[in-house]
Design a protein around this ligand. Structure first.
Ligand SMILES: C[S@@+](CC[C@H](N)C(=O)[O-])C[C@H]1O[C@@H](n2cnc3c(N)ncnc32)[C@H](O)[C@@H]1O
Length: 463
């Protein structure tokens, strides 16, 4: 380790800043935010520092630096843009045995300010010791995006109940209790902004520890295939689940991101090759949650778009099991974006309809007259089997033979294939290309835009 990470409580002791290097302003603002009084030796006060002039916690010294100004300081920051002026501060601080930082000269500094992620009272600090500031910045941004704002509220709740949790007994018992809150329904309530409800739950548990939370279910949209199209919330829940139920449409790359210790149950479902009937899936989720487990129900795309997500949570609601639903990018959005086919467009389509092309006992019972309206895009899910019929019906109900249509197979993945054509010739193109994977049929004038807007190059595409 290049340095000792500590958090300082300065208890009213002052920090002396000498100079007004642009970085000094950020340091002073950070010091003031932490309640630390600042003495600033600066002559004159440049633009960007005026807000400090009348600040109650800032003492300004106009005039040249005097070593006596450092007496009794907790820390010293040499922040001049003139290296010689910084040398003078460095020498004076060292002589007085004070810790000093020289802005821009990490190797000579006794301390430096880390990058922080502020979820007060929780604060994460990162530093490369000056070796790789760009990497520190990058990691800070990534971590910042991954950590919900609710961690601050969660930490406040923990502080509120920390002493009371002693009633739970020894350390392991207390740890189990807090762990169940962090990654259980109470923590989720905090992340969903229901902090007081969460506080009431903690209160109730501390009064009656035998009421430790039951399991819960996360109904999560896994998106159309590419793993980096998952939401951050989906990823967080995937990494805290005890058991995952996933179906055939969820790509292996996504399943790989589930917590390695979690039990994996493949519940299948692709076209008519059902592995587990829907009722059994619903019942299994209830039983797993009742046994105290955190159940991740991972579904392709969005769980509420042709995903039977509503039916699955209805049973949970009836059984009184806590659940939450995380939206995912639906196949229509994913395929359209990755095929360069905007679903709506001011010049070509003012509306879009998502339609199921699934055959019920061999029949396709659709309101064709409503589907053939002008200036509208149609997206058929589960329409591969019935595609020839769909194209023929749309033509029979008034759309011209040369009306644009596209088939997107395994959209957003490295195996994506996009076939563009017309209602008349797309069925043959589909047969010639031997399309078998999950595919979406897009019908409408917007399909023509693929020629200019198609941007994604899957692995097999050598263009
Ligand atoms: C049962 S539906 C589920 C839809 C899912 N809930 C969603 O929001 O995307 C399955 C159909 O979605 C479409 N689909 C799902 N992922 C796809 C992908 N990556 N590429 C093309 N079509 C896809 C196919 O039409 C497939 O038959």
């Amino acid at each position: 380790m290049h340095s000792l990470p500590v958090f300082l409580r300065l208890g009213g002791r002052r920090v002396v800043v000498v100079g007004t290097h642009p970085v000094a302003r950020r340091r002073i603002d950070r010091l003031l935010a932490a309640g630390v009084p600042v003495e600033l030796v600066a002559q004159p006060l440049p633009a960007g520092f005026e807000h400090l002039r009348n600040h109650a916690a800032v003492t300004l010294h106009n005039g040249p630096f005097q070593p006596s100004q450092l007496a009794g300081a907790a820390l010293v920051i040499a922040a001049s843009e003139d290296p010689e002026a910084n040398d003078a501060v460095l020498v004076a601080a060292r002589r007085q045995g004070l810790l000093v930082q020289v802005i821009g000269r990490e190797a000579e500094s006794d301390f430096f300010f880390p990058a922080i992620i502020d979820r007060a009272p929780m604060i994460l600090a990162l530093s490369s010791g000056g070796a790789a500031p760009a990497l520190t910045r990058f990691l800070r941004m990534r971590l910042d995006a991954m950590l919900p704002a609710g961690y601050g509220q969660l930490a406040e709740l923990f502080a509120r109940y920390r002493r009371r949790a002693d009633v739970l007994g020894d350390r392991p018992a207390r740890r189990r209790f807090w762990d169940s809150i962090i990654s259980g329904p109470i923590g989720e309530k905090v992340f969903a902004g229901r902090t007081e409800e969460a506080a009431a739950d903690i209160e109730a548990l501390l009064n009656k520890p035998e009421l430790m939370p039951r399991g819960e279910v996360y109904l999560v949209g896994a998106g159309p295939g590419a793993a980096d199209l998952l939401t951050l919330r989906a990823l967080r829940l995937m990494q805290q689940a005890d058991v995952v139920l996933y179906d055939a449409l969820v790509s292996p790359a996504v399943v790989d991101l589930v917590r390695p210790e979690a039990e994996r149950i493949h519940v299948g479902k692709r076209a008519s090759r059902h592995t587990l009937p829907q009722e059994d899936i619903n019942g299994l989720m209830v039983r797993l949650a009742e046994s105290g487990r955190r159940v991740l129900r991972l579904k392709g795309g969005d769980p509420f778009i042709f995903g039977r997500g509503g039916e699955e949570i209805a049973e949970l609601a009836e059984a009184g099991i806590a659940f939450q639903v995380v939206p995912g990018i639906t196949a229509a959005s994913g395929c359209a974006a990755y095929a360069g086919i905007p679903l709506t467009h001011r010049d070509h389509a003012q509306s879009v309809q998502f339609v199921t092309g699934h055959l019920k006992s061999g029949e396709l019972d659709l309101d064709w007259a409503r589907l053939v309206q002008p200036e509208q895009t149609l997206v058929f899910y589960m329409g591969l089997k019935a595609m020839d019929r769909i194209c023929a019906e749309l033509r029979a109900h008034g759309l011209p033979d040369d009306y644009p249509a596209a088939l997107v197979e395994e959209g957003t993945t490295s195996s994506q294939r996009v076939l563009c054509g017309t209602l008349a010739d797309l069925p043959q193109k589909k047969d010639a290309a031997d399309i078998r994977g999950p595919s979406l049929l897009i019908v409408g004038n917007v399909v023509r835009l693929n020629e200019t807007l198609g941007w994604f190059r899957p692995r097999h595409d050598a263009r």
